[in-house]
Design a protein around this ligand. Structure first.
Ligand code: IMP
Ligand code: MG
Length: 176
C-alpha cells in the first residue's frame, strides 16, 4: 500500500468543465473555418483532451503522443524522448498541443520544435495547468486552464508514480 496523502481539493470537476467550455469556444473562434489537429500528450492529458475536443466546433483531427524527459531530476538536459509518435501527417496543418501541466517548459518547448520540424503551419498550446514558478524555458502558452502554485499536483490525469490519475478533481500531494 502507498502511504502518500493528498491535500484539499484545489479545482473541482465542475470548474474544469466550465473552463473547457470557455477555451473550446475560444479555439473555435480563433480558428474559424480551419481544420485543426489536437495532439493530446499521454497520459496526463487524457481527461482534459476529452473535455477540450468535445467543446471545439471545427473540422478536427485528434492524435496522441507520449513523451518522457531524460534525467528529469537533473533539470538540465532538456532532452525529451518520444515514446509514441504521431500517426497523422501534420504538414501545413494547425496543431494544438493539449497538455496536463507546464512546469519548466522543457517538454513543450521541445514538442513545439518537433511539430514545427514535421511541417506544421502553426503550433499552439492548450494546457490544463500552468505552474509559472517552475519555468526555465521561455514559452508562449496560448490557452491556460488554471494557474497553480509550485507544489506537486495530482488528479484529473496528473499522477505521482502513476497513481491518482483517476481522481475527478485537482489536488496536491502532501510531503510526508
Ligand atoms: P516540464 O517539462 O517541466 O514543463 O514538465 C512537464 C511534465 O512534467 C508534465 O507533462 C507532467 O507530466 C510533469 N509534471 C510537472 N509538474 C507536475 C505536477 O505537479 N504533478 C504531476 N506531474 C507534473
Ligand atoms: Mg505529462
Amino acid at each position: 500500500m502507498h502511504k502518500d496523502t493528498i491535500g484539499t481539493v484545489l479545482i473541482t470537476q465542475e470548474q474544469i468543465n466550465a473552463k473547457a467550455t470557455e477555451i473550446g469556444k475560444q479555439i473555435t473562434e480563433d480558428f474559424a473555418g480551419e481544420e485543426i489537429v489536437l495532439v493530446g500528450i499521454l497520459r496526463g492529458a487524457v481527461l482534459w483532451m476529452a473535455d477540450i475536443m468535445k467543446n471545439v466546433n471545427l473540422d478536427t483531427i485528434i492524435d496522441f503522443m507520449a513523451v518522457s524527459s531524460y534525467g528529469a531530476a537533473t533539470k538540465t538536459s532538456g532532452v525529451v524522448k518520444i515514446n509514441k509518435d504521431l500517426d497523422t501527417d501534420i504538414e501545413g496543418k494547425t496543431v494544438i498541443i493539449v497538455e496536463d501541466i507546464i512546469d519548466s517548459g522543457v517538454t513543450l518547448n521541445y514538442l513545439m520544435g518537433y511539430l514545427e520540424s514535421r511541417g506544421a503551419k502553426t503550433v499552439k498550446i492548450c494546457t490544463l495547468l500552468d505552474k509559472p514558478e517552475g519555468r526555465r524555458v521561455d514559452i508562449n502558452v496560448d490557452y491556460i486552464g488554471f494557474t497553480v502554485d509550485d507544489r506537486f499536483i495530482v488528479g484529473y490525469g496528473l499522477d505521482f508514480d502513476q497513481r491518482y490519475r483517476n481522481l475527478p478533481y485537482i489536488t496536491w500531494l502532501k510531503e510526508e
